[in-house]
Design a protein. Structure first.
Lengths: 338, 242
């Protein structure tokens, strides 16, 4: 790891000024749970870190017509917020099923949106661990170098949104739940404020898998805004892993339902662990509307979400796993009290 | 298992060494000063731990004795060898003692604790936030010290396994780990105990299932999990009763 400079500004404006004066070489850091990890692996090599955890933007507001969550609120604090836990289990579960309590106490909900993939070839592509052997080709790490995962050990790779250049899974849980609920991301950048729907924050890999986010240099995520919905209580984040806890998703589903009796009025559905970005499932949502909820209906709806799945050599099992995970999530959500 | 005399360190529980029982900074300085002698002339019963700690203290002292000494408030420290622009000043409290350090800005809290301050209770397992052996408390909340930039604890209170006992008494959680055989090799144990104390304080130790879920960030390769869950269940009741 190269030497770094480290500063701790106390306002967003100061953070932006420091970024600008770095000539674009600085990285913002919040909890550091991803960035420090990847610096040790030499995947991230910033020369300067701007610690943004003391600039404010750490409040959680649930009293208005929308949920407003400051970027610097920690994952553990948001998960434990009583109003969010009772009225939006999809959100608290997505947070609690990610990482460990140690990491949730460190990581912030804004920076979590920018977590990098867990693709092993990406993480070890820089060859930081000598015993791991070769430096792997990785188009995300070194554009044009190729992809070792395609045709390689691809058990954990994505099925949806893949390209010939990259099949790396978008690793998050929280962004999947936010995608299902149509969250807006507020951004403060060198050219002022703007906001965008979370679905527009993430890019498909295409030919440029090294470009992951629709962010400009110096952009700072300041707030996550979630429109309130009557589907909040009948919701869940269901996650299937290689072990019961503290692992990344093999397949996950965020589901929120508005029911009229057992008939679906509105459905919010997004998938994790199977796609190159947090994956909205509009065909599943459309199919569910007007249907009476039952196991067969849920399975039929779930199959639609995987109609375009492109498995590799070892990850074909994730199609059936993903379908059943999503169907289970629909059933869990439907059985909750509104 | 019989309750241990409080001044005898249990095997595998690195909580009762002379440093951790030192309540003030003067004692910490004395410890640092005496360690080289302990591992040399006056103490011939050299074990691995004494040797390692002695070496750490020598390193700290050797540099601290030079012109560039930066430690204040009683803790010996190593001046980082990086250029000035790559350093950070950290004023923090560690186990109740104020500490003022100049550190290499890329240093983890774990490395500063272990290598600079010779507080070797927190362990380096994976160094990537995956195993929990490095767990300490910052402002009362458990964190992975290996992924915490040391610069972040400026103005914060840090508690390590060395700081949880009091007046020669083990913490209730330490005693529970002994009573329930909640360890074999003991390497993960300081992290387990720090996580366990936080788990109880958070209110996440109300059932075995909840304990398992909220302790999942701490891996035990010996597989002492049944004992760990039993120990936390036992200690949780005693901690709640105060």
């Amino acid at each position: 790891m190269e030497p770094i400079a480290y500063s701790v500004p106390t306002s967003a404006e100061q953070a932006l000024r420091e970024f600008t004066s770095s000539g674009g070489t600085a990285s913002y850091v919040a909890g550091g749970t991803t960035l420090f990890d990847l610096m040790k692996l030499r995947v991230e090599r910033p020369s300067r870190l701007i610690d943004v955890t003391r600039i404010g933007y750490d409040t959680i507001s649930t009293s208005g017509s929308e949920l407003r969550i400051g970027t610097n609120a920690t994952m553990s604090d948001v998960a434990a917020d009583p109003a969010i836990a009772s009225d939006y289990p999809i959100l608290s579960e997505a947070l609690l099923k990610g990482a460990s309590q140690q990491l949730r106490n460190m990581a912030t909900v804004g920076a979590n949106l920018l977590q990098r993939t867990r693709c092993a070839y990406f993480r070890h592509g820089a060859g930081a661990i000598a015993s791991a052997g070769a430096v792997y080709p990785c188009n995300k790490l070194r554009p044009g170098s190729g992809c070792a995962a395609i045709g390689g050990l691809d058990r954990a790779q994505a099925l949806l949104g893949v390209s010939d250049a990259c099949t790396a899974v978008s690793p998050g849980d929280w962004p999947v739940a936010l995608t299902a609920l149509d969250a807006q991301i507020h951004i403060l950048g060198p050219n002022g404020q703007r906001s965008l729907p979370i679905s527009a924050l993430y890019r498909l890999p295409g030919d440029t898998p090294h470009l992951e986010f629709e962010l400009r240099p110096g952009d700072l995520i300041t707030e996550i805004v979630i429109p309130k919905t009557g589907a909040g209580r009948r919701s869940t984040y269901h996650k299937v892993r290689d072990r019961e806890s503290y692992a990344f998703a093999l397949a996950s589903a965020a589901v929120a339902l508005q029911l009229d009796g057992r008939r679906v009025g509105r459905a919010h559905v997004a998938l994790g662990g199977v796609a190159t970005k947090p994956w909205r499932a509009p065909a599943t949502e459309a199919f569910l509307i007007g249907k009476t909820i039952g196991r067969e209906t849920a399975l039929e709806a779930a199959r639609l979400a995987f109609a375009d799945a492109q498995p590799g050599r070892h990850n074909g099992f994730k199609i059936e796993l993903g379908i059943r995970t999503l169907a289970d999530a629909v059933m869990i959500a439907s059985e909750r009290n509104a | 298992m019989a309750r241990r005399a409080s001044n005898q360190p249990p095997p595998g529980l690195e909580t009762r060494d002379s440093r951790s029982s030192a309540p003030n900074s003067k004692a910490l300085d004395d410890q640092a000063a005496s360690s080289p002698r302990q591992s040399g002339a006056t103490n011939f019963a050299i074990d691995r731990r004494t040797t390692l700690k002695g070496a750490a203290a020598v390193m700290a002292l050797g540099i601290n004795a030079g012109d560039r000494a930066t430690a204040q408030d009683g803790l010996a420290a190593v001046e980082p060898i990086v250029p000035t622009e790559n350093r950070c000043v950290v004023r923090t409290t560690i186990n109740g003692q104020p500490v003022h350090l100049t550190i290499d800005a890329r240093a983890s809290l774990l490395d500063v604790l272990r290598e600079t301050l010779a507080l070797t209770g927190a362990k380096k397992g994976c160094d990537h936030g995956q195993c929990g052996a490095c767990t300490v408390h910052v402002d009362g909340r458990r964190v992975a010290s290996c992924l915490t930039f040391a610069a972040k604890v400026d103005g914060r209170d840090v508690t390590t396994i060395e700081g949880i006992g009091s007046d020669g008494e083990l913490h209730v959680m330490q005693q529970a780990f002994i009573d329930h055989d909640a360890l074999q090799c003991g390497y993960c144990t300081p992290g387990q105990i720090m996580a366990a104390i936080a788990c109880v304080n958070e209110g996440h130790a109300r059932s075995p299932d909840e304990i398992r879920e909220f302790m999942s960030g701490n891996i035990c390769r010996c597989g002492a999990y049944p004992g760990i869950v039993a120990a936390i269940t036992d200690a949780a009741g005693k901690m709640r009763r105060g």
